[in-house]
Design a protein around this ligand. Structure first.
Ligand code: NAD
Length: 451
């Protein structure tokens, strides 16, 4: 990792030490800033202070360890321990979806109130990294103004949306495609840009609302690509066309590319589903129809039910059938099972009476308890005596398990490859009845995980 010299080290507080906040904290410390991560979870802070990292991100434990050892990185539950001396305060708290689809801003509001009560009359730049609806920057400013007893200055609010990919977050921090910074006054945006001066990558300096909108549009577009190719995959099957070959044929077009074009059981995770829902909700709030976003959600849901339908059709019934499931997280290389399509499919299968034996390399704690109860110790163990095997997450580890061995421990021979990860020819050569998503023939297309 080669990092240039920073212009001037700053004191930085980062509120929220989850995926985004922790990578930010450790990354900024590596860039030479003095960073304190604040989290309301005492358990998490205790673990992080000992260098125990709770998220599965290559390179992150090393980076956190280095920051702690050098004294450039610390963690606390106390706002008072970090906010009064901070030049910059990043807010990276979770903004989950509410039932109606709107982003839940309670954590942002609570964090802002806590920041306000620890400011001590200072006026640091407050940088929102949480994905939150257009207008949140103004909401934060409003809370600060109404909470501060004697507001000395107009709050300095900046929006700096995060674009990291889980599983590659450290790489993405140091090699950003772009850094988007929106502010009410350009000086504040430039001050934040200075923090990142050691990184290369284009900077987009804009206003608060545009920065907030860029994040939602980026995620909604990625989700749209996934649903688009999933819809096409369904059309490919009756037409006798292999969707993977179609993707290969169009992805080389520089205007199209290959990312987020993987047919499968749909997108999930803590970002895309909630961000599409929140953008739709903003449309509803302003009376603007968003039929494309509605279709994206509809197709995404149908991919889950389609997986179950195919297994049911092949097995006759799911009642009392044992289904081995490989993969519980929402994608490979992460410990995150929030909004995981695999979890949804497991729930639907169980609802029809199937018995699940699951395996995931990280045994995610974030999966519901009824899913965690189905965890087996290995991929082969999960497959033992199963009537069917369903591959629901694209963990590279699954490609290394010899299919002959898998077939030999199973009772049945149905294999549903919900990520188009295996070779159809190879699976069929060992006797599997191979089902995939929009695939009708020939060779596998090896691909990168990017959802
Ligand atoms: N995870 C991603 O890949 C990703 C990528 C881009 C953007 N985002 C966005 O970044 C934000 C954070 O996401 P995340 O995945 O890091 O969430 P997360 O759930 O992993 O972590 C959030 C952390 O914030 C803490 N927290 C919540 N309220 C707090 C408060 N008032 N004071 C102190 N700590 C508080 C929680 O305890 C938790 O540790 C979300 O808005 C998300 O949409 C996430």
């Amino acid at each position: 990792m080669s990092i240039g010299n920073i212009v001037e080290p700053a004191n930085v507080a980062v509120v929220g030490c989850g995926h985004v906040g922790l990578v930010m904290s450790a990354g900024l410390a590596e860039l030479g800033h003095r960073v304190t991560g604040i989290d309301r979870s005492a358990e998490l802070v205790a673990k992080l202070s000992q260098g125990k990292v709770h998220v599965h991100e290559p390179g992150l434990p090393e980076l956190v360890g280095k920051g702690l050892a050098s004294g450039m990185l610390a963690f606390t539950t106390e706002y008072d321990a970090a906010v009064p001396d901070a030049d910059f305060i990043f807010v990276a708290v979770d903004t989950p979806a509410t039932l109606g689809g709107a982003a839940d801003l309670r954590n942002i509001r609570a964090a802002t109130r806590s920041i306000a009560s620890s400011l001590n009359g200072k006026s640091p730049v407050i940088v929102n990294k949480s994905t939150s609806p257009i207008g949140t920057g103004e909401t934060i400013a409003g809370i600060l103004q109404s909470t501060l007893a004697k507001p000395h200055r107009v709050p300095r609010i900046v929006s700096n949306p995060e674009f990291l990919r889980q599983g590659r977050a450290v790489h993405d921090f140091f090699n950003p495609d772009r850094i988007v910074i929106g502010a009410r006054v350009p000086e504040d945006a430039h001050a934040v840009a200075e923090l990142y001066s050691a990184l290369s990558g284009p900077m987009i300096i804009t206003d608060l609302r545009t920065a907030e909108m860029i994040k939602y549009v980026a995620n909604s577009f990625l989700a749209t690509r996934v649903s688009f190719i999933n819809e096409i995959s369904r059309l490919c099957e009756p037409l006798g066309v292999d969707v993977d070959e179609v993707v290969s044929g169009i992805a080389l077009d520089a205007r199209i590319g290959s990312h987020f074009f993987n047919p499968g059981i749909g997108f999930g995770g803590s970002c895309l589903p909630k961000d599409v829902a929140a953008l739709r909700y903003m449309g509803e709030t302003f009376g603007v129809a968003t039929p494309v976003l509605s279709a994206v959600q509809e197709v995404n849901q149908a991919q889950r039910t389609g997986a179950v339908r195919r297994l049911r059709a092949r097995l006759g019934t799911l009642e009392n059938k044992t289904i081995a499931v490989w993969g519980v997280t929402f994608k490979g290389e992460t410990e995150d099972a929030r909004e995981s399509p695999a979890v949804d499919v497991i729930g639907l299968l169980r609802n029809e009476g199937a018995v699940i034996r699951s395996y995931d390399p990280v045994r995610p704690d974030s999966a519901p308890e009824e899913v965690r109860k189905t965890y087996c110790s290995s991929a082969l163990e999960a497959a033992r005596d199963a009537d069917a095997l369903a591959i629901l997450t694209d963990w590279p580890e699954f490609l290394k398990v010899p299919l002959v061995q898998v077939k030999s421990v199973m009772r049945g021979s149905v294999l549903f490859d919900g990520r188009n990860a295996l070779s159809k020819a190879e699976a069929e050569s060992v006797g599997f009845a191979y089902l995939a998503v929009g695939r009708v023939s020939r060779s596998p297309r090896r691909r990168e995980t990017d959802e």
